[in-house]
Design a protein around this ligand. Sequence first.
Ligand code: G6P
Length: 632
Amino acid sequence: MCGIVGYLGYKAIAPLLVESLRTLEYRGYDSSGIAVYNNGTQNINIYKATGKLQNLVEVLPADLLMEPPIKNLQVGIGHIRWATHGAPTVENAHPHHGHHGEVVLVHNGIIENFAELKQVLQGKGYVFNSQTDTETVAHLLEDILKSHQHDFLPAVAELRRQLHGAYALTMMHKQAPGKLYVARQQAPLVIGVGNQGEYWVASDVVALVSYTNQIIYLEDGQYAELSEEGGVKLFGPDNTPVEVKIHTIQTGPLTIDKKGYKHFMLKEIYEQPDVVRNALLERITSDTSPVFIANDTPVSEKESVSIASLSQDVDRVIIIGCGTSYNAGMVAKYLIEELVRIPVEVEAAGEYRYRNPVLNDRCLVIAISQSGETADTLEALRLAIRSGAKTIALTNRPDSTMAREVGGVINVRAGVEVSVCATKSFVAQIVALYLLGIMMCEHRGVAEKLAELPELKKALLTLPVLMEAMLSNVDPLQKLARKYGHYTSMLFIARGVCFPAALEGALKLKEISYIHAEGYSGAELKHGPIALLDESMPVVSLLSDGAVFDKMLSNCQEAKARSAQMISVTNKAIPHGYENTFDDIISYPACHEWVAPLLGSIPLQLLSYYTAEFLGKDVDQPRNLAKSVTVE
Ligand code: G6P
């Protein structure tokens, strides 16, 4: 959460910082700011605004947005905020400066001992202008600098000793105008290397790919000084110099473009047929075993790691994730247990990391994360690595921290997902997990299950065409959104492998329309939620052909008997006798039982999208949320 950028070079700095921040807007968007060294006055000027990035552009002086008139070195930092400590106000927006204006910095993370540090600093006369934990870092650094003769690197070492918590910091020192300083502790930070002493800093590589493909990934505990003449001076957690490793990444400049769609979310929903094609490409045919291609990841150390070998000789699978990634793991649990006949546990990473889970080298831990940076999933994964378990990161970002630290990487290949409300990454994660399940089934040779695989493979391969057919007629969902958009609460129910799709459907609706929604197993309805039902609470039921279809029909009857408005999303004709059970029916194509959650999710995504649009909500940047949650 929060996005950080920095630049040192000869380009017009303000437009560059703003454009880099624009690529990070998905990380937070409640305020933003930049700080730029002014070569004339020799001060560091700070500009900030609340709300969208455009508000910042409007407060920037015109001359700052133009090319620098002479060849002056430009140094600056920028930040886009997702508020943790203190409301989204201009005072709380970053960059923050120290008491004497000597230090200016931006921060991503949470300083856990900021209250104690602040008290001590206030006792020394430091005046605080914000409620943030970050301002404490700026004052503290200035205080430390005083006793280090303004020698910045030893001061950073001391700062690190005193700070507890998570941080990615990018810092400027008024007395070192041609330098940028960075430090990383449990929050991502990368350095981009340009030509002849030009450097970029960012909390995510996506902010840099338009400028350079030469990347230095900072590791936890590392800090560095960047300058034109001195290059990158990198130090490890023990304050000794570390050799700088520059990675050449393959990603080209990103075009973050709505391509004519009103919102990124809608564009990404419509991309799903191609996302599935891409996820299957060169990995499976109807009569071959799935393969995960070794060079599918730009992280070279992982190229030799075979997913097949990691998934052998295991007695248990543990899937960890948060939000939508957790729901994708839930879908996979049904398939892997059925096909591979080993137990699969799906765990919310934020809980798992603080348990004392039973793990050993016969466990396969799969961390699912679109971003590969979610703090809770990353820490749960590190716990698994320390416990000796085999580990795989299933991520849309094979250059992410998780991918770099883990045993094996599966690239879900969804392409850049901009909408905070995840759609295509969910589908791509399930497809990749299904391939893994099929691969494990074939390796384990569960005879009666092997016979089922050709049909399943065919079903996966036909998914894109079925999805395209579904996406060609969205009128019924638009009508449904208008009819139910004014309700304040909804239930989503399903059973079997579609149950997690109901959880995901409810999550989508609450995320972007702010309508209260919960997902339940149809079976659980009568153990509590049914008490809520009356004509004011619609129930969306995902009814898929298969073993639990009739059970679900009974559950829907039970809900209708309590006067709930019933909406069915189904791939099978509703049988005689149930005509009056449903107020609205959305049909989707008949399909193999296992792929029903993939197809059934599409109408639920569209229902959420059109409801939020009908209600006039900010679909792509819903309040209070962030795409990548890099704090606990
Ligand atoms: C945030 C996002 C969700 C996402 C979750 C996990 O809450 O808003 O859309 O599912 O983080 O993110 P990850 O990148 O780990 O999949």
